[in-house]
Design a protein around this ligand. Structure first.
Ligand code: BGC
Length: 630
């Protein structure tokens, strides 16, 4: 994820295991079978396998299964074909990360072009969705490339469940009451995982009303993977109470690659939703929060978060069938009907369409961004309890009047191309993973004249009159509504890292400076050297915790949310040890404003952490500089 502001009105460029769920009747109890290879010859040891098959979710007449193949042999595989017989009367309807065919009970799954290689000891996961009538019984025997992977062990819980249980166990005995509370949903997540969502009393399949504001009256579910990251840091830091508080607030589950759906790095989507179901209290809807972030040619204007899918027609098909369809298949399980699921749609993508057509990677990706988002909105809006919020950058990107005026046409074309039209979205989100303050409390008038110049003329603002998110969201809301968007489409703001507390923060208006530049410098809370800086900002602090209706229901702003999990890196940069990354994350490098100006990236010196990975120092600094203090 990366947002980058290029200043100037038109140039802004800111920018898995097989689980065999033994099922007789609807209230299945997911027993799991892990089946290592039965080998009795040296030859077989070269080619050996274990397979796990799990029903990520199951409901009356349907299921989603994840299958992980592990190469337990000594030789690498360059391609694979998995064969097994379904245990019941399942019919496969669609699959991802493999080509799956069915003949009677016999299933054949073959690798796709990108996941045929499995090194010795490594694994790969694919998934599929299907229907069943009388039995969803689990398969019991598997073969990879003709080698049987049978004769294994049986365990009573699914692998995802045990993964999340072990991740969620709080390492900190000193965790506060709230921290231990936050550890509990994941514990129940794993409990509920084996119990299956359909065993839940909430799993009746009856959807409540699609409400105006999903957060109102709801309880925000905590991502157990993030809670685990935070608690590990709390423990390492001797039980730091302020740090522990961070883990008590909701952050989003980022589905930033196909494997994230099954949970290869964090909790998987189904396990996450099962956890939300288990955490729900009677009568209070549990609010889950996910980020849909894997478009073809993702992050076209930068190098920090480039995606796995190419900006090609085939890439668009991959996005639709291997990424969006599996997500929609899981979300549409009626067992989750009682949840409210907030989906943040594709950060940075349409803003890049608005301002970055001069960059060839963005021009190339544009049709795939547009078609991909229309597809995603259609699939997700078809699920009654999903709430779609389209990312709309932040004030330091689309805030220039000429950028703002060009915005509605792009968003309209994508949204009105959906089956439900405007109804396919519930609102917008600004400042996702960025650092722009919600308000600049001492700079409330961008045209205030100081020493002969308006404040917005200073280098930091470059004639962008939107100094903060409240100003930007209000103006953008009015612009979109004037262009035809419903007035019910209000804005969320990602306040996870836009607090700017700490000793550099001004505490009162200083009206003595006699030049606009000095006045702005003395009074702004945003401490970045350049407003277009976006990567691991030095001096930043956590912002206001998630809040519903912070300015009342007549404001354009509907709520504060923490989408970017504080303490996860924005990106790495090419260094002596690796070529991957974005120079705009290099503390020794620069950003440019499009007008010839060059500025420090403002990135924290001394570290080089890939996007999404835990970054202890950054977390500690964000906590220390939180505003309001934690
Ligand atoms: C990264 C993602 C990551 C997310 C949350 C984004 O900037 O690109 O890979 O999951 O942040 O940390």
């Amino acid at each position: 994820m990366h947002e980058e502001a290029r200043s100037g009105p038109t140039t802004a460029r800111f920018r898995r295991r097989v689980w065999v769920s033994v099922t007789g009747a609807l209230g299945m109890a997911a027993a799991s079978t892990l089946i290592p290879a039965m080998l009795d010859t040296a030859q077989a040891a070269a080619n050996a396998c274990s397979v796990s098959y799990t029903n990520a979710s199951e409901w009356a007449g349907g299921f989603v299964a994840n299958v992980t193949i592990t190469n337990t042999g000594t030789s690498a595989l360059s391609s694979w074909t998995l064969t097994f017989n379904e245990g019941g009367d399942q019919q496969v309807t669609n699959a991802w990360s493999a080509t799956v065919t069915q003949s009677g009970k016999a299933i054949t799954a073959t690798n796709l072009s990108y996941n045929g290689s499995i090194a010795s000891g490594a694994n790969t996961t694919f998934g599929f969705q299907g229907t069943w009538t009388s039995s969803d019984a689990i398969p019991t025997a598997f073969a990879v490339n003709g080698v049987a992977c049978n004769g294994g062990t049986t365990t009573s819980s699914s692998p995802s469940a045990s993964a999340s249980a072990s991740k969620s166990a709080s390492p900190s005995a000193s965790a506060s009451a709230s921290a231990s509370k936050s550890a509990s949903p994941s514990a129940s997540a794993s409990a509920s995982k084996s119990a299956s969502p359909s065993a839940s009393p909430s799993g009746t399949g009856s959807y409540g009303a699609h409400v105006a504001d999903p957060f109102t009256g709801g309880n925000r579910y905590l991502n157990p993977s993030y809670v685990s990251e935070v608690n590990a840091q709390v423990s390492a830091d001797g039980g730091n109470a302020a740090e522990a508080k961070v883990g008590t607030y909701q952050t989003a589950l980022w589905l930033d690659h196909i494997g994230a759906i099954a949970g290869d790095t964090n909790v998987g989507l189904a396990a996450y939703l099962n956890g939300a179901l288990a955490a729900a209290k009677s009568g209070t809807p549990e609010v889950a929060e996910i980020v849909v972030y894997d478009l073809p040619g993702r992050d076209c204007a930068a190098l920090a978060s480039n995606g796995e899918i190419p900006a090609t027609a085939a890439g668009l098909t991959e996005y639709e069938t291997q990424y969006i369809q599996p997500i929609a298949a899981i979300l549409s399980n009626p067992a989750y009907a009682s949840l409210r699921i907030v989906a943040i749609i594709e950060p940075d993508s349409l803003p890049n369409v608005v301002t970055n057509q001069s960059k060839s990677a963005c021009a190339t990706a544009t049709p795939y961004y547009e078609q991909g988002i229309t597809y995603a909105l259609n699939e997700l809006h078809a699920v009654p309890n999903v709430y779609n919020y389209l990312d709309i950058a932040h004030s330091a990107w689309l805030g220039w009047p000429s950028n703002m005026s060009g915005t509605p046409a792009v968003y309209k074309s994508v949204v009105t191309a959906t089956t439900a039209g405007y109804a396919s979205i519930d609102g917008f989100i600004s400042d996702t993973a960025n650092y722009t303050p919600t308000t600049e409390p001492f700079l409330t008038n961008p045209t205030l004249n100081v020493g002969g110049n308006p404040l917005d003329s200073v280098t930091f603002y470059q004639y962008n009159p939107t100094f903060d998110e409240q100003t930007y969201d209000t103006q953008m809301y009015n612009t979109l509504v004037s262009a035809g968007f419903p007035s019910s489409d209000r804005f969320l703001v990602d306040t996870s890292r836009n607090g700017w507390g700490g000793s550099s923060r001004p505490t009162a208006l200083n009206s003595s400076p006699t030049t606009a530049a000095a006045y702005v410098a003395a009074n702004k809370i945003d401490q970045r050297p350049f407003r277009g800086d976006w990567c691991n900002q030095n001096g930043a602090g956590i912002g206001t915790p998630p809040t519903d209706e912070p300015f009342g229901t007549s404001s354009a702003i509907e709520g504060f949310v923490w989408i970017k999990p504080p303490g996860e890196s924005d990106g790495d940069y090419p260094s002596g040890s690796h070529t991957h990354g974005d120079p705009h994350c290099d503390p020794a490098s620069t950003n440019t404003d499009g007008n010839g100006g060059t500025y420090s990236t403002g990135s924290i010196p001394g570290y080089d952490v890939p996007a999404g990975q835990w970054y202890a120092y950054e977390f500690q600094q964000l906590v220390a500089n939180a505003y309001p203090a934690l």
